[in-house]
Design a protein around this ligand. Structure first.
Ligand SMILES: [Zn+2]
Ligand SMILES: [Zn+2]
Length: 354
């Protein structure tokens, strides 16, 4: 069955040429000191100063969550259901809002949707939209080089959370200053978010998810706090996995020359953000994946908001462009054209040998 997103619709902008495919600028890769080895920790941790406060915070929060999961170990069905729904709000806010809308401008959104996405993003308990978008734009432009804030060439730990525990590489700071953020800062929803960041962060990331089940579901306050901590740590770790696991493990059907890969587990947990080889090839596609429905919760939500009329002008490439790119740069693992890519490659090798 053909996925519906390829049919031309008046609300979808189609991109047909290879110029629309992202070309990563040639920045020198792997400029770490010395050899990549477990013994040479310098390679992974770099020369930057450590941020001891962040190390303390991360260690304490993760330690507490491990204690809750392994020692307290309390199953409360109503809390679990509450947090499942609250995670939908957070997950959509970060993937649909900060990522696909604000960073990549993959669609246009009316103000009610922008408010939902901003509040959902705030409930993840991460940085402000400005910082998140700026870092992510630099990440795409200089993927897996020293100028990438979470350069996956420095290994799993650095790209997962290590980058938050040390001062930024000078190249990241330099390139971050050059990022054009005017479109984001002009948005009144972002202006409101930046102005009231701390109270919004406290209310939506902590107070609402702790107080609501305590008041309405009659759950013990400490249990509400514990479940909230687990949800928070789970959400940030899934977000980090897009930068770590989805840059290291998986197949590369669209561009075999880049780190980002198609990672099913990250897609399942991360609302469809694990189809990362596709996303780095077509970052402006609102689906962030070739299929809008397969392990792509955000794709499904965006299709819903398109039907409601709050999301419009959703960008997506034509099927022909995807096929051309798969045949040109893919690793032969594409679900539709993979086998043909491998056969074409074999033919090319045989012709060369003759
Ligand atoms: Zn990435
Ligand atoms: Zn992106």
């Amino acid at each position: 069955m053909m996925p519906p997103e390829f049919s031309k619709s008046p609300t979808m902008e189609m991109f047909e040429t290879e110029k629309d495919v992202v070309q990563t600028p040639s920045v020198s890769k792997n400029t770490r000191n010395g050899q990549k080895s477990w013994k040479n920790l310098w390679y992974y941790f770099g020369e930057q100063d450590l941020k001891w406060f962040n190390i303390f915070l991360l260690f304490t929060i993760h330690g507490y969550v491990l204690y809750v999961l392994l020692v307290v170990h309390k199953f409360i069905g109503s809390l679990l259901i509450f947090h499942f729904f609250y995670t939908q709000f957070s997950g959509f806010g970060i993937t649909g809002g900060a990522h696909r809308y604000y960073t990549h401008k993959a669609f246009k959104a009316k103000i009610p949707l922008r408010i939902i996405m901003m509040l959902g993003f705030t409930s993840t308990g991460q940085n402000s939209i400005f910082h998140w978008v700026r870092d992510h734009r630099v990440h795409h432009k200089f993927s897996d080089t020293d100028a990438d804030p979470h350069n996956a060439a420095r290994g799993f730990f650095f790209s997962h959370c290590g980058w938050l525990l040390m001062k930024k590489h000078p190249d990241v700071i330099e390139q971050g200053k050059k990022v054009d953020m005017t479109d984001v800062l002009e948005d009144p929803v972002v202006q409101f978010h930046e102005k009231y960041f701390v109270p919004l962060w406290l209310i939506f990331c902590h107070i609402i998810p702790i107080v609501t089940p305590w008041y309405f579901l009659n759950v013990d306050l400490l249990d509400c706090f514990n479940y909230q901590m687990v949800r928070w740590v789970f959400t940030v770790n899934v977000t980090w996995s897009v930068n770590s696991a989805a840059h290291l493990w998986g197949n590369r059907p669209y561009d075999k020359s880049i780190y980002p890969a198609e990672n099913r587990l990250v897609s399942l947990l991360g609302f469809g953000e694990g189809w990362h080889n596709y996303h780095h090839t077509f970052p402006w596609d609102y689906k962030a994946a070739e299929l809008s429905w397969w392990l792509n919760t955000t794709g499904i939500y965006l299709n819903f908001f398109r039907a409601v009329g709050w999301a419009y002008d959703l960008k997506t490439p034509s099927k022909e462009l995807i096929e051309r790119i798969v045949r040109k740069t893919g690793d032969g693992s594409h679900f539709r054209w993979g086998q043909e890519v491998l056969e074409e490659e074999e033919e090319r090798v045989l012709l060369k040998e003759e």
